[in-house]
Design a protein around this ligand. Structure first.
Ligand SMILES: *[C@@H]1O[C@H](CO)[C@@H](O)[C@H](O)[C@H]1NC(C)=O
Ligand SMILES: *[C@@H]1O[C@H](CO)[C@@H](O)[C@H](O)[C@H]1NC(C)=O
Ligand SMILES: [Cu+2]
Length: 225
């Protein structure tokens, strides 16, 4: 009995710790799985007096992510608004990640004019369970960052450039005219969300099935124990 429950306990923990995604670099302001769907920072408010404030090199620095979904699209954005409430600049093209686990982009650049200021790096994931958010509090500095040990791509992950209207609607407020047009056009945003819904539908229907089977197996095993 004891060996079996020892086997089952880690299995239950793994099932319970079903994180949407984690930011491995730069250090995020925090992480709450339950509120990660709340923008702009996953249910957390940046606080530069208590958060770790990392240097982020405008000439190229790393954003390292641990993804808990089969397929997502990502947008990276930055703002000098320390409350993260707006004025976002897109800092990397939107990409799609297929496969779980690590995706790291080591050369994310930020506008030179951010140097010497503090602000927020925001990461938004369009996942099968909705839009998910994380933020890091940073100090923008000159030059290029050193390579980070945590900056890896998992072997079975593929990354491709893509479009995603619900993500591109999250940048550009008050920055460029073309981005303003995107944001102001409800038709393009609406059709974008529909497309995304269709793309994700297979993943969405698969997940509950897997969890249903897993739960049934675990519950069955628990009765045996
Ligand atoms: C918005 O960001 C730009 C840089 O992209 C900055 O020059 C400007 O001061 C910011 N505006 C506000 C209101 O924070
Ligand atoms: C991970 O893959 C992306 C997309 O191909 C690439 O830009 C990036 O440099 C890779 N990261 C590492 C650490 O090699
Ligand atoms: Cu999720």
């Amino acid at each position: 009995m004891a060996p079996l429950s020892r086997l089952l306990f880690p299995a239950l923990l793994v099932t319970g710790a079903n994180a949407h995604f984690n930011v491995k670099y730069p250090e995020p302001i925090g992480f709450e799985d339950d509120s990660q769907g709340a923008g702009p920072c996953g249910g957390l408010d940046p606080d530069f007096s208590t958060n770790t404030v990392s240097d982020f090199h405008v000439g190229g620095d790393s954003i390292a992510l641990l993804n808990g979904h089969a397929q997502v699209t990502w947008i990276f954005r930055a703002t000098l608004d320390q409350t993260a409430s707006g004025n976002w600049t897109q800092i990397f093209p939107i990409v799609q990640q297929s496969g779980y686990n690590m995706f790291c982009e080591p050369e994310v650049t930020v506008p030179e004019e951010f140097v010497g200021k503090k602000g927020i790096i925001g990461i938004v994931s369009n996942a099968p369970d909705g839009l998910l958010y994380a933020c890091a509090a940073v100090s923008f500095v000159e030059g290029a960052g050193e390579s980070q040990d945590v900056c890896t791509n998992s072997t079975d992950v593929t990354i491709s450039f893509t479009g995603d209207d619900s993500l591109s609607a999250m940048v550009g407020e008050g920055t460029t005219t073309s981005d303003d047009d995107d944001t102001a056009d409800p038709t393009s945003t609406a059709s974008g969300s529909e497309e995304t819904g269709t793309d994700d539908s297979s993943a969405r229907s698969l997940r509950p099935t897997i969890f249903g089977v897993l739960s049934a197996v675990l519950m069955g095993a628990a009765f045996v124990v």
